[in-house]
Structure formats: C-alpha cells, structure tokens
Design a protein around this ligand. Sequence first.
Ligand code: G3P
Length: 214
Amino acid sequence: MEIFLDSVNLKEINELKEFIDGITTNPSLIAKSGRKDKYEDLIGEICSVVKGSVSVEVVANNHEDMIEEGLRLAEIAGNIVVKLPLTREGLISCKKLWTQHKIPVNITLCFSPGQALLAAKAGACFISPFVGRLDDIGYDGLSLVEDICTIYSNYGFDTKILVASVRSPTHVIEAARLGADSITVPAKVLKQLLNHPLTNQGLAIFEKDWSTKQ
Ligand code: G3P
C-alpha cells in the first residue's frame, strides 16, 4: 500500500519523508501555508525533497483552463500528478491530459461509486474517495472504498484507489484490509500509526533493566 502525506509543510515533510511514498496537496492546504502567491516555488521545493509523486490541484473551473493549468503544473517537476475535481470539466480535462499528454491525474472529491466508475473510464491514474467527509455527514466512508474496490476489480481498471480525508489510524487499517492501493494521511495520523504507548513503555523497561542489572 502506498502511503502519502497530505501536507505542504516542509518541516513535516522532512520529518516524515522516510515513511512516505509521496505527497498530496490541495488548495486549502496551500492557502493556509501562507505561500499561495508563489505556490509553484513551494511545490518545486516539495518535489525536490520527495522522490514519489506529488499531487497538485488545479483551481481553474472550465476544461480549457484546467488543461492549461495542468500542463503548467506538470512542468514544475517530473513527479507531479495533476489533481482535478470530480466534475464534468474535471473528467474532460483528465481524459485529455492523459490521452494527449500522458500526464497522470488524481481525480479528487469523490463521494460515490458512480463517480469513481466515470473517473476510471476517463483514464484517472488515482481516484480519491473522501472517507472522513462522508463519515462527518453520517455516511460510511469506508463502504465507498469497498464499493470502488469491487467495481475496479470487476473490470480490471488500472486506476489506483487513493483513500483521502483520513481522520484516524482505523481508517488506514480498514482501507488496507479492503485492499486500497494508496492512502493519504495528515502528519498526525502518520505519527499515530508509528507510535504505540506499549512500545515506548517496553523500551523504557529494557533501558532501565540494561542500565541497572549486572
Ligand atoms: O487532500 C484531500 C483530503 O485528504 C482532505 O482531507 O481532512 O480536509 O477532509 P480533509
């Protein structure tokens, strides 16, 4: 399973880069970073630190502008994946960017299996179902992941399922149980996966015993 970090924070990225296969970003994260004005520079810095793919979302809202923006983003570095919203315009742009330019696309803001089916048919490299935001409004985000796994496997689609809007280690484990190809997690969840209180406690006991017993 590929694990991406959902972050544009270079300090966080440097701290956790050994544990991740790439980065996902979104316009909210970039806006909050305070580097929105020259965000291409920020993305370039991230791409030079991280070996795997770096998903960057377009902000245009019609397919002509989305394609132009996607082509511009793809020039920043060889590991850019263009992120497009699951809208009519986003899917038209996805098909063109992939078939005409071989630029990989991550289709984001997926909330239904039908949307995921259309994204695969449009040639998306990744589909990003948002589990946490579905849970937030009383739906079951992980059942969406399960449905997409079944549909993609029924037809042998190459589109990778990239579970997004992750709130807890349980989301990660359940997505892995279902066989999702990839997941993107905030730094807090990655640290929760890494740490366990019994590991720290056990280590403290070993260290104490080692230093006191003959
Ligand atoms: O980057 C997309 C997604 O992971 C956003 O998550 O927590 O804003 O719902 P969240």
